[in-house]
Write a protein that binds this ligand. Structure first.
Ligand code: NAD
Length: 541
């Protein structure tokens, strides 16, 4: 039996799952009894990194049961204790940042820059967004920034989870509200942020007093296991966090299980809408963060250098595999000089394995993803778009089998093209042109997705009009990736989100808690007041 209090045992766990990634059930890392596994493949080399089992139904039930058993004692654990575990967890993540980063690069392909930890230390909050953009482009540090921030935010749960109190709402009567945990919650994760997205989920849920069943992406489950090891080392009791693996079947089991009260999902629209419908039909809360097509609108008065840097960073960073990547640029007025400069800057980017120090962008996640991205590029060309930069034939010496696609730019794109209608999720920038600002806003608003949209301009009047009229959940003004820090919430909208309560921040806490109101009266009632069958009012109560 694995004892999480023994730090040296963690090394054992890491060696143990080098072959097959374990389930985590009731505080024990266990190899699945399933004979079926999926290979986890390094996208830069095609080497098999590990194998992820298809957790059996029996094991899944055991994980839910462990979470259910752990709930009563965990919900009654003082919130200050739960917070302290998160403080420790955050410290341990920092300690193991390099190992986590290496795991993410190996399984997911993102670039690895060794300076990121130093950059963060001593960072002023006002610089965070700007830095986030730079860092995200230059490696996997956006993962880490958000990773820190959401865990840090969970450390303040005692304040965030507070209810409200109204004294003397009527004669001698007070009303107050409490936010109580729901019970067992579950998280279903995508491949593109293997650490950040699990950390959007279980630290918030658990610090609110819930227990959790996590289903990492089958493409890169390693970071979730490492984070679970750290959470247990930080003191998270057995059964509070459990991990199961697999694909559609395990996801359906999560949707159907009566003991699971809420599901957080991040991933594609097909899976997200399925999970939203199936989970909701079973009476669960579901929050689904899904696909995107984020637009950047560039006005003629935009600052040239800063805007070009922002477009290149937000379009090609993380090889475009971000739900907040700026994948479509709408130029108002002349676009040619912008496009020429964009091509020059994009050409200068280094495509390489994420472990190589000069890499600006790494491979895409799989051969299938590469084929799909190339097919969508070709469909754009076939329907009349012009290819200004073609990264499809990129070959990286020493990594000839990697799923590399270099920066690709298509222009003369129109709204009826498949490359525009579908999310590409690769290093491909689509360029469109309009004569008027109003038309640019219409283009963005007519797109079904609503994760993010940004404007680049030096006009406050235009920026304000954009902010008011644009139909997207996260708006950037001279900021290409307007991901709010966790004291706000991740506020995707339209087809990019299904549910009522967004991820993290106040909304995230509300998602993982049930509100209860208590109305109390502590006074001696005069016996002569008699029985009144009338509806109580503030006068009569
Ligand atoms: P995906 O939908 O293929 O997989 C996500 C999860 O759902 C995985 O755990 C997978 O096992 C499961 N799954 C996949 N298909 C399923 C099905 N038919 N039934 C049940 N479960 C299923 O997504 P992905 O390719 O891993 O991630 C990329 C997608 O995630 C992109 O669309 C991206 O925009 C989106 N994403 C969105 C956000 C956001 O905040 N809106 C953030 C990150 C990623």
């Amino acid at each position: 039996m694995f004892d999480p209090s023994c730090a040296h045992m963690y090394a054992f766990v890491r060696v143990f799952w080098r072959g097959r990634v374990p389930n985590l059930i009731g505080g024990t890392f266990v190899d699945s009894k399933s004979s079926a596994s999926i290979d986890v493949i390094n996208p830069a080399t095609q080497e098999v990194v590990s194998q992820v089992p298809l957790t059996t139904n029996e094991e899944f039930k055991a994980a839910v049961s462990a979470a259910k058993q752990a709930f009563p004692s965990w919900r009654n654990t003082p919130i200050t204790t739960r917070q302290r575990i998160m403080f420790k967890f955050q410290e341990l993540i920092r300690r193991d940042m390099d190992k986590l980063a290496m795991n993410i690069t190996t399984e997911q392909g993102k670039t690895l820059k060794d300076a990121h930890g130093d950059v963060f230390r001593g960072l002023g909050k006002c610089l965070l967004l700007v830095l986030l953009l730079w860092l995200d482009f230059h490696g996997m540090e956006m993962v880490e920034l958000n990773l820190y921030e959401v865990v840090e935010h969970a450390c303040g749960m005692a304040t965030i989870q507070m209810g409200e109190y109204a004294p003397n709402v009527s004669n001698g009567i007070d009303t107050y509200s409490l936010r109580e945990p729901l019970g067992v919650c579950a998280g279903i994760c995508p491949f593109n942020f293997p650490a950040m997205i699990p950390l959007w989920m279980f630290p918030v849920a658990a610090t609110c007093g819930n227990t959790f069943v996590l289903k990492p992406s089958e493409k890169d489950p390693g970071a979730s296991i490492m984070l679970a090891e750290l959470a247990m080392e930080a003191g998270l009791p057995k059964g509070v966090l459990n991990i199961v693996h697999g694909t559609n079947d395990i996801v359906n089991a999560i949707c159907d299980d009566d003991d699971i009260k809420a599901i957080s999902f991040v991933g594609s629209n097909i899976a997200g809408m399925h999970i939203y419908a199936r989970g909701s039909a079973k009476g669960k809360r579901v929050q689904s963060n899904m696909g995107a097509k984020n637009h950047g609108v560039v006005l003629p008065d935009a600052s040239v250098d800063a805007t070009l840097n922002a477009l290149v960073a937000a379009g090609f960073g993380a090889a475009g595999q971000r739900c907040m990547a700026l994948s479509t640029i709408v130029f108002v007025g002349d676009s040619e000089s912008w496009e020429n400069k964009l091509v020059e800057r994009a050409k200068a980017l280094k495509v390489n394995a994420g472990t190589e120090p000069d890499a600006d962008l790494g491979p895409v996640i799989s051969k299938q993803a590469k084929e799909r991205i190339c097919r969508l590029i070709q469909s754009g060309v076939d329907s009349g778009a012009r290819l200004l930069l073609d990264g499809r034939n990129t070959v990286v010496p020493g990594y000839e089998h990697g799923n590399f696609i270099g920066p690709t730019i298509l222009t003369d794109v129109t709204a009826d093209m498949d490359c525009y209608k579908e999310e590409i999720f690769g290093p491909v920038l689509l360029c469109m042109r309009t004569d008027s600002f109003e038309e640019a806003i219409n283009i963005v608003n007519n797109n079904k997705y609503g994760n993010g949209a940004s404007i680049f301009t030096s006009s406050g009047v235009a920026a304000r009009k954009f902010q008011t009229e644009i139909e997207a959940g996260q708006v950037g003004i001279n900021v290409p990736i307007p991901v709010p820090l966790p004291f706000f919430s991740f506020t995707g909208s339209k087809a990019s989100f299904a549910g009522d309560l967004n991820f993290y921040g106040k909304a995230g806490v509300n998602f993982y808690t049930q509100i209860k109101t208590v109305t109390q009266q502590w006074k001696d009632l005069p016996g002569s007041s008699g029985v009144s069958l009338a509806m109580p009012t503030s006068q009569k109560l």
